[in-house]
Design a protein around this ligand. Structure first.
Ligand code: NAD
Ligand code: MG
Length: 384
């Protein structure tokens, strides 16, 4: 029996994690659940899974959840220190890190510090502080098992291999909703257009990141940290069907790919059962229905965010932290109707150029960079 805490249980990854857990009641037990502000859903989840702890970040939602669950023997927590209590709860063997954005970093680090294995969906954790996080995981002898489908694909392809054998990693990208949109038309696309992802149903932030291709840029940085591969050995290829989830090319020219229908429950389940596999009844891939797997080069003129992320990782230091913060602000402004789609990448690039550079930042300096970059991005947006 594995005991699991879920950071961000009400999101797209969080709810799918609970779907997987529900399939295997003899293998998994839920210790703790958390949400930002979705009181109704976490109340329902708590009644179904009966965890020991529930954490609610929003004060209003916290009061609602506390009162609704007063008949149950569950500790209802609130505040950032209590989020750390959830991430480090002594009963948990593994923590699913599925909060979105920078907010996921601290609780994930707390969980690693406490020796918990991590199923890592929150890619921003590695983008912001990959060196520190991976170092801490090594010191604490903690497994970081990727949930992001591309990284799960690479992680699975790497079983029985070692890093020295790798020639390059090939991350696949669907190309998002604007793959066939003319560059001139990108200026006038709406939020509704950007939220129509062709293959995956995900939270709003990552869906917008997929449309700008910043998501793939963040994933290049994530892969660099997870697999210790320099960025020039990480290629991105557009694969609109999202059947091949990513590939590893080895020194001897052999390529391993991991394939399947685009269904996040598969990499979520693998992260929870690793290194084992459990039989499930998810839909099977019908090869006749996907009789054409196609590949294209990413259009970096149309999607400059990808190159901005490569540039950030080449610069190193706090640059990835700066682009992550600026991107969170710019995506938020786009969602609020205060920024055009094509301005997102421009804000991110300008913020990276303006943020004070720091070669070898400590965690406190990254927290400061995050604050500075957010301020810069907000100012740039206000000036437009
Ligand atoms: P989501 O927006 O659907 O859910 C986010 C979860 O985090 C929710 O439970 C929300 O309540 C909680 N949350 C948000 N802000 C918070 C805050 N400030 N403090 C505490 N909790 C907060 O997001 P998602 O699509 O599930 O993505 C989660 C993470 O997984 C992201 O980092 C994303 O990049 C990554 N990821 C998601 C997918 C996917 O298919 N959705 C795929 C790969 C990677
Ligand atoms: Mg991904």
């Amino acid at each position: 029996m594995k005991h699991i805490s879920i950071l961000g249980s009400t999101g797209s990854i969080g709810t799918q994690t609970l779907e997987v857990i529900k399939l295997f009641p003899n293998h998994f037990n839920v210790v703790a659940l958390s949400t930002n502000s979705n009181a109704a859903l976490i109340i329902e989840q708590a009644r179904t899974f009966q965890p020991e702890l529930v954490h609610v970040s929003s004060h209003e939602a916290f009061l609602e959840v506390k009162s609704a669950l007063s008949d149950m023997d569950i500790d209802i927590l609130h505040g950032s220190e209590d989020l750390s209590a959830l991430a480090t709860h002594k009963k948990a063997d593994i923590v699913m890190s599925a909060i979105v954005g920078f907010a996921g970093l601290q609780p994930t680090m707390d969980a690693i510090e406490a020796g918990k294995d991590i199923a890592l969906a929150n890619k921003e954790t590695l983008v912001v502080a990959g060196d520190i996080v991976m170092q801490l995981a090594t010191e604490k002898n903690v497994n970081i098992i990727p949930v992001d489908s591309e990284h799960s694909a690479i992680f699975q392809s790497m079983q029985g291999e070692n890093y020295d054998r790798i020639r390059r990693l090939i991350l696949t990208a669907s190309g998002g909703p604007f793959r066939n949109t003319k560059i001139k038309q990108l200026n006038s696309v709406t939020l509704k257009d950007a939220l129509k992802h062709p293959n995956w149903n995900m939270g709003n932030k990552i869906t917008i990141d997929s449309a700008t291709m910043m998501n793939k840029g963040l994933e290049v940085i994530e892969a660099y940290h997870l697999f210790k591969i320099p960025p020039f050995k990480i290629d991105v290829v557009i694969h609109p069907q999202s059947i091949i989830h990513s590939m590893v090319e080895f020194k001897d020219s052999s390529i391993k790919a991991q394939m399947g229908l685009p269904d996040m429950r598969v990499p979520i389940q693998y992260a929870l059962t690793y290194p084992d596999r459990l039989k499930n009844t998810f839909p099977e891939l019908n090869f006749e229905a996907f009789n054409q797997l196609t590949f294209e080069r990413p259009d970096t003129e149309k999607f400059p965010a990808l190159n901005i992320a490569y540039e950030a990782i080449r610069r190193g230091g706090n640059s990835p932290c700066s682009i992550n913060a600026a991107n969170e602000v710019a995506v938020g402004a786009f969602i609020d109707g205060k920024l055009k789609f094509t301005q997102i990448a421009a804000i991110v690039e300008k913020t990276m150029e303006t943020t004070d550079f720091c070669v070898n930042p400590r965690l406190s300096e990254l927290i400061e960079t995050d604050r500075e970059a957010r301020t810069i991005a907000h100012e740039l947006i206000a000036k437009l």
